[in-house]
Design a protein around this ligand. Sequence first.
Ligand code: NI
Length: 169
Amino acid sequence: MAKLEIITLPDPLLRTHSSAIEQVDDELRKLIDDMLETMYDAPGIGLAAVQVAVPKRLLVVDVAGAEDEPAPIAMINPEIIKLGDEMRVYEEGCLSLPDVLVDVERPKTVSVRYVDREGKQQQVEADGLLATAIQHEMDHLDGKLIIDFLSRLKRDMVVRRFKKQARGL
Ligand code: NI
C-alpha cells in the first residue's frame, strides 16, 4: 500500500464532476487500499477518489471509533436511493480544506446503492455519522464542498485564504 497526496483548495480538480467507473479490477482495488491508508493516516473518516487527484466515482469511509475494530467501506459508483425526512446538523471538516469546520445540515438517514470492491451490487441504510460521511463524500464526486453550505461572503473569505496560502503569502 502507498500513501497518496491529498489535494486541497484551490485545486480546480475539487470542483470537477467525477466519472463513473466501468471496471472493478486489481488496479482499482489497489487505489481503494491506498485511499484507506491515506485516510487513516490523515486521519479522517472519509475520502473521495478526486481528493487524491483521481476524478472517478469512488469513496471510502470508516466511522468506527478509536476503540473499535476498523470498519472500512469502499463505494464504487454510489447512488442515493432515498433520503430520510429528518435532518441533522453536524460540524464537518474535510481533508481538502484543512482547519475549516462548517455546520452542515443533511438528512439523518440515507439509503445508498453502490458496487463493492468485488464488483457486487450492495445497498446500505445509513444513519447518523455514517449517513453524514457518505453524503459528504458523495458531494465530492459532484464537485461540491462543505464551504458551499456557507453564505457567499464566508465562502469567499475561505477561498481567498486558501488562494493566499497556495501563493505562499
Ligand atoms: Ni471532504
